[in-house]
Ligand binder design. Structure first.
Ligand code: GH3
Ligand code: MG
Ligand code: MG
Length: 616
């Protein structure tokens, strides 16, 4: 609320929490504020002091003499000023204005609040705004300008509905009902009170309930249904004493009870009213008290005394001095009745005539307020409907988005799954199951493109064909399973010894082929011989001993010297392997252009035959 947005201290958080709880749980709000104030005072925490005092000040405003509440609210305001919290300053002003109003100084209260209206609406949140608007409405109401009062109250109600959780809407139901009752529109007032009392079940605010009940009692009395007010009086008296007396209105209850014929109850209530209003009651309360006393006198069989009591208060003060139309009507109505009972018909008629005039005035105001209220209500309903519609659309869009996101998630999971499967299948299709090396199919797929790349870059691609020596004999002597083990071991050995860019395939049976990019036949032969030595050293546990000293024969050709087409290059390497076999196995033969000129065909003869003899 316009506070500098630094991190809130724990005390400030408590104080703000207390602020939001004011109407929900009045006692807890006050206790929280007291605690916050204690620690804030110790720490010199001004923002916390400000909000805690604000809560306390507003509580005093409802329960204590105006002077005491004003002191606390002024202290809150000073703290707000010191810490630059303009929002809190305005809220303190709302409280101070209410104190003026409670002391029958409506004009002064209005003068405080009106200039703050637009700034407040800009700075404050919903609850604060509703409180400010309600404060202005209260001033107009006290000044007898019901139309303005209603306009502000409905605007406040709109704000309060946004902050429904904080319960301020119930305060407004109460105030709107009070205003309607002032204008004699008691049926409509009863509807608001009913709604307020319903909502009150969600709050822990005995005082607010008591105030709603007092208003209902007043309405029912005004509608000549004083008997129906008796259960409300009972309910009110059953509330904690502080709540019941906090609401005031014992004089209204006394009038209701006496008119309902409940004399002892009326006497008791009047006694409480007298005690409650001991020092300088507001103008309305003072006149209601007189009416109650007059009713009591009449109920005790002395209407003359009653009429005399009322006559002594004539002439009645002006509206501007705080006497509401409702109480003025009540006064004149009762006076006329008592005069009639005393047999003074002409005086009774005169009072009745005055009362009728006021009724007319009330009806006129009620009509204006009603049409104002109706148009505001229509506007409110429209806004509400618009908001509800938006909310429905927002929820639907949110649901659709969530569904879409879920479907998307599922879909991408499926896509990933399929991709994984496809990759696995593709891998399976090009892998040899036994050795884990690539298969011949893969070789025929990649060799042409590797060759093209090598040719384009002017680099040599070496092809090595390896055939394990006397492998049939291994199978024959140790069994096919041992043969398989050897093939697997050979695959693993090849994998361990190759570069990542090399491609090793099982060409078929016990024959292998390795493609080595950027490698000459010469370099490839060196690597092949190193591989051959390792192969020889590998030891295999077999039935009855250890098998070692295995060998292979290899033929090597590179694209730079042997051939530039895949088939020719493979054939050149194959031929060299055959050569190695012929020369006694356990050796590598690299392509010699001179010797193979007729075979490879597409290169000028440059190299000589080179063999590496086996160690055996
Ligand atoms: P050389 O030195 O002339 O190459 O003799 P060799 O016995 O290795 O050649 P030959 O072509 O006569 O026999 C190849 C043997 O490889 C025959 C076949 O049973 C064996 N062989 C082929 N594929 C497999 C296999 O997958 N597992 C096993 N255990 N043996 C296989
Ligand atoms: Mg073979
Ligand atoms: Mg062989």
């Amino acid at each position: 609320m316009g506070t500098a947005r630094t991190r809130a201290s724990p005390a400030l958080r408590h104080a703000r929490h207390a602020w939001r709880l004011q109407y929900l749980d009045a006692a807890r709000a006050l206790a929280l504020a007291e605690r916050a104030l204690q620690s804030a005072a110790q720490d010199g925490d001004l923002p916390a002091q400000c909000w805690a005092r604000l809560v306390r000040g507003l509580h005093l405003m409802r329960t204590a003499p105006a002077a005491q509440a004003s002191r606390e609210l002024r202290a809150a305001q000073e703290a707000a000023l010191a810490c630059g919290d303009r929002g809190a300053q305005i809220l303190a002003e709302v409280g101070l204005a209410r104190c003026e109003l409670n002391s029958d100084r409506a004009q002064a209260a209005l003068a405080r609040l009106l200039p703050l209206r637009s700034e407040g609406l800009r700075l404050l949140r919903h609850l604060g705004r509703a409180m400010l608007l309600n404060g202005i409405a209260g001033c107009f109401s006290a000044l007898g300008d019901s139309a303005e009062a209603f306009a502000y109250m409905y605007q406040a109600l709109r704000e309060a509905r946004h902050a429904r959780r904080q319960g301020f809407d119930v305060v407004l139901y109460c105030n709107i009902a009070h205003e309607l009752c002032q204008l004699g529109d008691c049926e409509e007032a009863l509807r608001y009170l009913h709604e307020g009392l319903d909502r009150c079940d969600d709050l822990r605010n005995g005082r607010l309930r008591a105030t709603l009940l007092v208003n209902r009692i007043v309405c029912l009395t005004d509608l000549d249904r004083a008997r129906d007010a008796l259960p409300d009086i009972e309910q009110l008296l059953a509330l904690p004493a502080a709540d019941a007396s906090g609401a005031g209105g014992f004089e209204s209850m006394a009038i209701a009870a006496l008119r309902a014929g409940a004399r002892p109850l009326g006497d008791q209530l009047l006694e409480r009213a007298r005690r409650a209003r001991a020092d300088e009651p507001p103008v309305d309360a003072r006149h209601e008290l007189l009416v109650a006393q007059a009713e009591q006198a009449a109920a005790h069989g002395d209407p003359v005394q009653g009429a005399r009591l009322l006559a002594a208060a004539l002439p009645l003060p002006a509206t501007a001095d705080g006497l509401s139309l409702r109480v003025r009507c009540l006064f004149l109505h009762t006076h006329s009745e008592l005069l009639q009972r005393c047999g003074d018909d002409s005086a009774a008629l005169e009072a009745l005539r005055q009362g009728q005039q006021l009724h007319l005035e009330r009806a006129r105001l009620a009509l204006r307020a009603r049409s104002q209220a109706a148009s505001l209500q229509t506007e409110l309903l429209r806004l509400q409907r618009e908001r509800d519609g938006l909310e429905v659309r927002r929820r639907a869009a949110e649901r659709a988005r969530a569904q879409l996101a879920a479907i998307n998630r599922q879909l991408s999971q499926r896509v990933e799954e399929v991709q994984r499967l496809q990759a696995a299948l593709a891998e399976q299709a090009v892998r040899d199951f036994l050795t884990g090396l690539y298969n011949r199919r893969h070789l025929s797929e990649v060799l042409p493109s590797m060759l093209a790349l090598a040719n384009r870059n002017g680099e040599a691609l070496a092809v090595v064909v390896i055939d394990l020596d006397h492998f049939k004999a291994v199978n024959d002597r140790y069994g096919h399973a041992t043969g398989d083990r050897l093939l697997q071991a050979f695959g693993a050995l090849v994998r361990r010894n190759l570069r990542r860019s090399d491609i090793a395939c099982r060409y078929g049976g016990e024959e292998f082929c390795v493609l080595m990019p950027k490698t000459s036949a010469h370099a490839a032969r060196r690597k092949t011989d190193a591989l051959r030595r390792q192969w020889r050293e590998l030891r295999f546990e077999v039935d009855g001993g250890v098998l070692t000293g295995n060998s292979f024969s290899a033929g090597i050709a590179d694209s730079a010297t042997a051939a530039s087409t895949a088939d020719a290059l493979l054939k050149a390497a194959d031929d060299c392997a055959l050569d190695a076999k012929r020369r006694g196995r356990d050796q590598s033969v690299a392509f010699s252009a001179a010797r193979h000129a007729g075979v490879a065909g597409d290169r000028a003869p440059v190299a000589t035959l080179a063999t590496t003899d086996g160690a055996r």
